[in-house]
Design a binder for this molecule. Structure first.
Ligand code: SF4
Length: 700
């Protein structure tokens, strides 16, 4: 072997993680923090030992560098690919547009080459050139659902998409600005099931989705989302390239995102759309049978109330069975792949995929009631959005009661997994979330505190002791005890069913007045947010923005730009607002964010745990509330100089048995139940805010 070749092949000794992290932090202009170093070393150890890691890293830790540095080092050293999964598009964009480009440059010299990365999304997110250019059948329109104006708008958008298809280099939907409606996008994209397959597709060589997947297979780091991670786990055919390390950021959202990806829906309009797709491919009698089955389903659903189904009403069972059998007959008539021209093959593929989906969902819905209640894997419910601002006809849903088994077998058993978030140790322990992920109990379990989640596992989700994992809390560089106050309004009556009481509104007004605006109001319902906004606009001299008045991103920008403005809203604000500085010095929580009692999945999970002798309320509802409360309280401190008050106006946080578990889940603020203390602190902060006379003050 020639000398130069053997030199080239000699493996290069790479610097250690500690050294690389120092280079990386220097290059991005940051400062090294203990928690970040601690986390990076723990991730490196997990990679070395194969032991899964759950790591809680508070805001300001710099956790993306702490996992990216050891992950990239592993990819370069092992000539392998690592997967980083996020819950939100915001974090995905931050990684791909900011963190990874800077990191790749910083690590080029020490690693001997510039690390590479790519983003990978589900097929539906890319333009399908075959549908755009080869006259593939249009998505059947349901004239009953869209009015003439909407149809012409969709037409204009589709025309724009055709023009865009000759300009775009990626076909990635997010690069189209301004965006288009879902209905228009569906006419130029396909699901994985609808795709002809690159080998059969006449434009397979130019396919954007195939190119993205091929690129992803060649890079060091693939950035994806929890939904695609779930699809990769659910399908026999892998979507993600071969990998031996997964980093799951925003892991507190993993269970919800995987549950959504594994949820199926059956509607009468989907049945009639599938029938139209069968078109002239099959005989009219067979397709008419499916059409009539869909109409029968619509009639039955119209007569049933929305909500969870513990038993299958006879009429509904009959209607779903008819749909299942009619769909099966259509599939038999459609047959498999055959020699035919591309146009016919495309029409057959689209029809098969639509009918298969109907058939599989009908089978799953009927099977969901087979086992006795305590052992059912799925929960079924009817939703009815007739009274919402965008009414939809009733639909049937089926969702898994637990996703731990899936994650354990298809994620943890396949790759070393690092799960991270600012909120993972609920009540100070990782156990609660670890069980939902399908991991065994914490390696060195501490005795359960009174009021923490129970040790009863979720149904059909028995933990496997063969999996090893550890939990690590690296804390936060923020001094929560000095810079933040947790004020619990113990004197207020517990929140009732009738929404915000007068005493609560008075309390909100007094707090905002003391803070001089600067308030993020996190409400448990849109009705409560709107009522508070209307009432307080009359009473206070500050602008009060309310979610729904404009796009959420516009409202958040306005809130950030004008310090004396307040922003009220619900769920998406609990996790999505990142406003450092004097615009946000008060976070108000009107009531503890338990799931609604009629939430079908949460209530079914709760009941299943109770059927096994566990405490469903604590394991499901309190966990849900703890996660959201921690996320909501976390809005206050976005930089080390932020100071302020988190005011929880639900006295149960101080008085209920589970209050300790919830309080232990949020950052360690200085606690008070005295409204005067909270108001005085806010008044001092307002006086010290930039632009006011005084420039520094003590919080308490
Ligand atoms: S391979 Fe599939 S996604 Fe790609 S262009 Fe062809 S049909 Fe569309």
């Amino acid at each position: 072997m020639p000398a130069e070749i053997s030199t080239l092949q000699k493996p290069r000794k790479l610097p250690g993680v500690r050294e690389l992290l120092t280079d990386a932090v220097e290059a991005v202009g940051g400062t090294e923090r203990d928690g970040q170093v601690h986390m990076a070393e723990a991730v490196a150890r997990a990679i070395r030992t194969g032991e899964h890691l759950a790591v809680q890293a508070g805001t300001g830790t710099g956790k993306s560098l702490a996992y990216l540095v050891p992950a990239i080092r592993h990819a370069v050293e092992g000539h392998t690919t690592v997967v980083v999964s996020t819950a939100t598009i915001a974090l995905q964009n931050q990684l791909v547009d900011r963190d990874l480009p800077r990191l790749a440059k910083a690590l080029k010299k020490p690693l001997g080459r510039e690390p590479t990365f790519a983003i990978l999304k589900g097929r539906r997110n890319y333009l399908c050139m075959h549908r755009v250019h080869s006259g593939a059948p249009e998505e059947p329109e349901d004239s009953g659902l869209f009015d003439a104006f909407t149809v012409s708008r969709i037409g204009r958008e589709v025309k724009r998409l055709h023009e865009w298809s000759s300009e775009t280099e990626t076909g990635d939907r997010t690069e189209l600005v301004p965006g288009v409606s879902e209905q228009a996008w569906r006419q130029v994209s396909v699901s994985a099931r609808e795709c002809l397959g690159a080998a059969r597709c006449p434009v397979g060589d130019d396919c954007f989705a195939e190119k993205a997947r091929a690129d992803a297979g060649r890079v060091d780091v693939i950035v994806t989302n929890h939904a695609l991670l779930a699809i990769d786990a659910l399908q026999e055919q892998r979507v993600l390239p071969e990998h031996d390390l997964v980093v799951i950021d925003e892991a507190h959202e993993l269970v919800d995102r995987v549950t959504s990806a594994a949820t199926a829906e059956l509607t009468a309009s989907a049945v009639s759309a599938a029938t139209r797709r069968c078109g002239r491919i099959i005989d009219a009698d067979t397709s008419d049978r499916l059409l009539e089955a869909g109409e029968g389903l619509a009639l039955v659903l119209d007569d049933l109330p929305a909500g969870r189904l513990d038993t299958l009403p006879q009429a509904l069972g009959g209607a779903v069975t008819v749909v299942r059998d009619a769909a099966h007959a259509c599939l038999t008539a459609l047959g498999g792949e055959r020699k035919e021209d591309v146009e016919e093959a495309t029409a057959r593929k689209l029809a098969r995929s639509a009918v298969e989906e109907i058939h599989d969902t009908a089978v799953r819905l009927l099977d969901a009631f087979d086992a006795d209640q305590a052992n059912r894997p799925d929960v079924v419910w009817i939703s009815n959005d007739t009274y919402s601002s965008s009414p939809r006809p009733p639909s049937l849903h089926v969702a898994p009661l637990a996703v731990g088994g899936l994650l354990r077998e298809r994620v943890f058993a396949r790759s070393t997994t690092v799960l991270t978030s600012a909120t993972l140790a609920l009540g100070g322990r990782f156990d609660t979330l670890a069980r939902q992920w399908g991991l065994p109990p914490e390696p060195t379990p501490a005795p359960a505190d009174d009021g923490t989640a129970t040790d009863k596992p979720a149904p059909a989700d028995d933990a496997d002791d063969g999996l090893r994992w550890s939990g690590l809390d690296v804390g936060s560089p923020f001094d929560y005890g000095r810079n933040g106050i947790l004020y619990v309004a113990k004197h207020l009556p517990p929140p009732g069913r009738d929404g915000l009481g007068d005493a609560t509104l008075d309390e909100i007004a007094a707090l905002i007045d003391a803070a001089g605006g600067r308030t993020l109001g996190l409400f448990s319902s849109m009705r409560a947010a709107k009522r508070a906004a209307e009432e307080l606009r009359e009473r206070l001299p500050y602008d009060i923005l309310c979610q729904g008045d404009d796009s959420t991103s516009t409202l958040v920008s306005q809130f950030a730009d004008e310090p004396r403005t307040c922003l009220f809203g619900t769920l998406s604000l609990w996790q999505g607002v990142d406003v450092p500085g004097p615009s946000l010095q008060l976070v108000i929580v009107d009531r503890l964010p338990f799931p609604r009692p009629d939430d079908p999945v949460a209530s079914a999970r709760q009941r299943a745990i109770e059927a096994r002798g566990g405490n469903g309320f604590l394991t499901v509802a309190a966990t849900h509330a703890a996660l959201l409360l921690a996320q909501g309280a976390g809005r206050l401190h976005r930089s080390s100089s932020d100071r302020g008050v988190v005011a929880v106006l639900d006295s149960r946080l101080a008085t209920a048995r589970y209050g300790g578990f919830l309080r232990a889940s949020i950052p360690p603020f200085w606690p008070t139940q005295d409204p005067a203390v909270a108001r005085d602190a806010l008044t001092r902060l307002d006086a010290a805010a930039p632009g006011r006379a005084s420039t520094s003050t003590a919080l308490r």
